[in-house]
Ligand binder design. Structure first.
Ligand code: FE2
Length: 618
């Protein structure tokens, strides 16, 4: 037996992954255990969980793989700061102590952090190699082109290469500071969202705007080459010298200072969002065309933070030259832990690889799971009562009925997801046909006002009846955007159309009923969809089927099980606390259904404020 532990830490989204004899046994992000979103600390809890899941102690590990080479990264920091000295000195000083303390002494930190003696060999893989490995090795393809698009890894920030059988080979890269990810993050910052987590909000804002600044961006900020590589004009950016990302020249270009967080969104911000999204899509499409021509591969795999831009992914699939696309669901740095471990198994140890028909990511359900007995035990400790269903059909019919009645359901089943999206294991579900559902779920459950619609989960086999998707095309990890089909859209009268296009309050715009499933349809009729198949997620598939039989609609709203700023719930205790503190109507923990009654509602109201105060706004 060969056991390999992969670790990513110290930058963003720490995580651990365990690969035993080539099989992904466990993977989880540290934030889920510490309840600190994007926790960058050494992933002690995630490692502990992975070892437990694999029934191993640190002494049984053969290899520990770290997703980054600390010294390369250190040299990059040093050289960048020296090049921009002395303005860079302040942020240099701020970054240094951390580096000195943890990163340069990685070997010692790793050995200490494992929580027990080990003879494991320590391997440091390259940042982009880790991303590339996480994209190719679990994919269903024997051969594929690989593209990694990142904020910033080591030197390179975008790479492409080829995966064949059990090897990956990176061919070329674009170097820091010329990064598509950082360009996108600079605009995220400018529009008043948090860098490294608000990028998806910028993407969600884009459909409200017109890309009127696209030419300006391509003229002044970015020299986008035909091959998709780009050269940023650093006169407009500030991320080498300072702690902000854009400077006064940038602000002058777009007609004002950066938007303050939580302040009203103006049409200008929406147009800026639409413009940078258009530029990002164009860059991704060009990279796709170039890589297709260079490698001759028919399939493409993607990873790196930018691969979470599902709008660009959808266009790449529809307009690009590749037959098929597979994206690592933990595309950000957390996935680097998995990539590093798989890299050791295939590339270093040269083990044979047999791609699985769907993929070997197992639906990304790689985290902790709990039995119904464990749930029952927990609930009795809380003096809480629930109804235990012995018959699964009865359970699912019951829940489908509640959903059709407009109830909001917390859905806690099986092993927790690895990656930023809830895929039906730690989800909150609702009826997408309800015109009020978007507002209800945001205001009463998530405690936020959102201008974005929710994501639909749809039965795989029925998806082409609702969304513009090739028959057989999957989106199991919610990483593709597809339009709602014409015949599912509803006519909008001229007055409502004006609201939809011009109302200053985006919540009124997003709540215009424009399709049969308004809660999941964006203002441009796009939907960020997840297809549910029987193999990866059998019980969720059966629930959707029960809802479909009852209503004729094979779609449910699927949003992550958390309040704003909170990491997705991990344990039954996390889920129960969140259920109490919110206006969620029903909680399904494995086979047990807990309904909100007057007493729990009251108790929840008392704890709500303290609960919400624990999480930072994102
Ligand atoms: Fe990365």
């Amino acid at each position: 037996m060969t056991a390999i532990l992969g670790i990513s830490a110290f930058y963003h989204d720490s995580a651990a992954a365990l690969v035993i004899d080539g099989r992904i046994v466990a993977a989880a992000q540290e934030e889920r255990f510490t309840r600190i979103k994007h926790d960058p600390a050494f992933p002690t809890h995630a490692i502990d969980y992975c070892l437990r899941e694999g029934r191993l102690s640190p002494a049984n590990l053969d290899y520990v793989a770290f997703y980054d080479k600390p010294l390369t990264k250190f040299e990059r920091l040093l050289e960048t700061y020296l090049a921009y000295a002395p303005r860079g000195f302040r942020s240099f000083r701020l970054a240094m102590p951390l580096w000195l303390k943890d990163k340069l002494h990685m070997r010692r930190t790793l050995r200490r952090g494992l929580g027990g003696p080990t003879r494991a060999r320590l391997i440091f893989t390259d940042h982009h190699e880790s991303h590339a490995a996480s994209a190719f090795f679990p994919s269903p393809f024997d051969q594929a082109a690989i593209v990694t698009l990142d904020g910033v890894g080591e030197w390179s920030t975008a790479t492409f290469g080829v995966g064949e059988s059990n090897r990956i080979r990176l061919v070329d890269h674009i170097v820091f500071p010329h990064s598509l990810g950082l360009l996108y993050s600079a605009f995220t910052y400018y529009c008043g969202f948090k860098v490294n987590s608000g990028e998806y909000k910028l993407m969600g804002l884009a459909p409200y705007g017109r890309p009127i600044y696209q030419d300006l961006i391509l003229d002044r900020l970015v020299d986008l080459k035909p091959d998709g590589s780009f050269w940023l004009n650093m006169e407009y950016f500030n991320y080498c010298q300072g702690l902000t990302m854009t400077n006064h020249r940038f602000h002058r270009l777009f007609g004002g200072p950066p938007r303050a967080a939580e302040s009203p969104l103006e049409q200008r911000h929406m147009d800026v969002a639409a413009s940078i999204q258009a530029v990002a899509e164009e860059a991704v499409l060009r990279i796709g065309r170039y890589v297709r021509a260079q490698t001759g591969m028919r399939h493409l795999v993607l990873a790196g933070g930018v691969a979470l831009n599902c709008v660009a992914n959808g266009r790449l699939l529809r307009e690009g030259d590749f037959d098929d696309l597979w994206i690592q669901p933990a595309a950000g740095d957390a996935g680097g832990a998995l990539g590093a471990a798989l890299f050791v198994w295939y590339q270093l140890l040269n083990k044979p690889r047999r791609p699985e028909k769907r993929d070997s990511q197992q639906g990304s359900f790689l985290g902790p799971g709990f039995t119904t007995d464990q749930v029952a035990q927990f609930l009795s400790e809380q003096d809480a009562s629930g109804q235990r269903f012995a018959d699964e059909n009865e359970l699912l019919d019951h829940i489908a009925g509640l959903l059709a009645d407009g109830k909001v359901v917390g859905w806690f089943q099986g092993r927790m997801e690895f990656g930023p999206r809830a895929l039906g294991a730690r989800s909150i579900l609702g009826d997408p046909r309800s015109p009020a559902m978007q507002a209800t779920m945001n205001v009463k459950i998530k405690f936020r006002e959102s201008f974005r619609p929710f994501a639909p989960a749809v039965l795989q086999e029925r998806a082409p009846e609702w969304f513009d998707l090739k028959p057989g095309q999957e989106s199991p990890y919610m990483l593709l955007v597809a339009p709602v089909l014409d015949h599912r859209r509803v006519p909008v009268d001229p007055a409502t159309l004006r609201t939809m296009q011009h109302d200053p309050d985006l919540r009124r715009r997003v709540n215009v009923v424009r399709s049969e499933i308004p809660a999941v349809t964006h203002v441009d009729y796009s939907a960020r969809l997840q297809t549910i198949d029987e193999e990866r997620n059998p019980r969720f598939h059966r629930l959707l089927d029960a809802f479909d039989r009852l209503t004729g609609c094979p779609v449910l709203v699927n949003t992550s099980f958390n309040v704003r700023g909170e990491p997705i719930v991990c344990t039954p205790a996390d889920a129960y606390r969140c259920f109490l503190a919110t206006d969620m109507d029903v909680l399904v923990l494995e086979d047990i259904v807990v309904a909100k009654d007057a007493a729990t509602r009251e108790a929840g109201l008392e704890t709500r404020e303290a609960y919400l105060a624990k999480f930072q706004l994102d």
